[in-house]
Design a protein around this ligand. Structure first.
Ligand SMILES: Cc1ncc(COP(=O)(O)O)c(C=O)c1O
Length: 365
């Protein structure tokens, strides 16, 4: 029996002796809904990741939904998007009544191809939703040019890419709107939670109203007016307090994802028959997962499983779901990428011995 067991993803929790008193304090404070802990978390999250602002939400999905609404995506509008992602990237487009225009990816990165995006723009296009898949930044400079040329919004779904950079700029700040997910297995978690950031601070008031039924906070409830209906997308003080503690510990965790990722970049690239994700030179991935490409991904997955390493494709290209059937389009590069893809563990829990074991297992193939 194999004693080694390296999971593909893992929940990161701060030390019990630090987290539990902070949680206990907020749980029995009588103020467990949105409040000061959320606002403190927002300030500290923005400062940590060099964002112009952070608006806490109940999930990354909620943040993405609001980003689309702020980008004025309405029924019948088109949003250029990727199918190579987790489903919420695209279910929120349907929730706006809009059309997801599935656009082909770069076969090497799985990220939206700027050329394919440029070719997909029509007079009905309102936004481009770009995912930094597995933590590898998409070609944001090129996508920004396409968005500017056509006067459409660029929305960065940075759910996988907390701490990544592009040409020295923090991920999430090159698009008009950026979102992060704090769901259980991301770089950091508040159990569930999300963050919305934006370039133009003028949208912040509407974003805050939309996260809370459409109402402004701080106005007496008997006097407040809802002029546009919103959602119940706010973050709780409990999640905010957890987020504040998580932030104290996040940088070394992200650094370890990056160290492991760079190790794999070097070592796996040398293995005949295997290919690594090569992003453009200005990109600094935060390696939520590590993506290996090969001609037999099933075999890689089997061999790693036999060696106690959990590996998988993790996601299903979204257009394969029946709900997205009406929007299917040919995406030959995505097909190639997905056929060749295996994600391997790369996070903070992967030790030097673990990563050596992973590389040796791959080498033996
Ligand atoms: C690429 C991507 N976008 C959006 C989301 C949605 O985030 P959340 O689960 O926090 O709603 C996720 C996570 O599930 C994701 O992986």
């Amino acid at each position: 029996m194999n004693a080694i067991s390296i999971p593909l993803v893992k929940v990161a929790m701060p030390p019990r002796e630090v987290l539990m008193p902070a949680l206990e304090q907020v749980l029995y404070s009588g103020m467990i809904a949105e409040g000061e802990h959320v606002y403190r978390f927002e300030k500290e999250f923005a400062a940590t990741f060099e964002l112009p602002m952070a608006i806490g939400m109940s999930s990354g999905t909620a943040a993405l939904h609001i980003a689309l609404l702020l980008a004025n995506v309405n029924a019948g509008d088109e949003v250029i998007t990727t199918s190579m992602t987790a489903e919420p990237t695209n279910t929120v487009i349907l929730q706006c009544g809009a059309v997801p225009v599935f656009t082909d990816v770069d076969a090497q990165t799985g990220n939206l191809s700027p050329e394919a995006v440029a070719a997909a723009v029509t007079p009905r296009t309102k936004a481009i939703a770009v995912v930094h898949y597995a933590g590898f930044p998409a070609d944001l400079a090129a996508l920004r040019r396409v968005a500017d040329l056509h006067g459409i919004a660029l929305i960065e779904d940075a759910a996988h890419a907390l701490g990544a950079k592009h040409n020295g700029q923090p991920i999430g700040t090159i698009g008009d709107f950026g979102i992060f997910s704090l769901q259980a297995i991301k770089h950091m978690t508040t159990i569930d939670g999300g963050v919305l950031t934006m370039r133009d601070a003028n949208y912040a008031t509407l974003a805050r109203k939309l996260r809370w039924f459409g109402m402004a906070k701080g106005v007496p409830r008997t006097e407040v007016d809802i002029s546009r209906s919103g959602f119940k997308y706010n973050m709780s003080n409990v999640a905010g307090a957890m987020g504040v503690v998580q932030l104290e510990y996040i940088q070394p965790l992200i650094d370890r994802h990056i160290e492991n990722g760079r190790f794999f970049d070097q070592e796996i690239a040398k293995i005949p028959g295997l290919d690594v994700t090569r992003t453009d030179l200005g990109s600094e991935p935060s390696y939520w997962l590590y993506s290996v490409l090969s001609e037999d991904s099933d075999d890689i997955e089997r061999r790693l499983a036999a060696a106690g390493v959990s590996a998988s494709k993790l996601h299903r290209p979204n257009h394969l779901h029946s709900v997205f059937e009406p929007f299917r389009r040919p995406m030959p590069n995505l097909e190639t990428y997905y056929r060749r893809l295996t994600h391997i563990p790369c996070g903070w829990w992967v030790t030097d011995e673990d990563r050596q074991h992973i590389v040796e297992t791959l080498r033996k193939g």
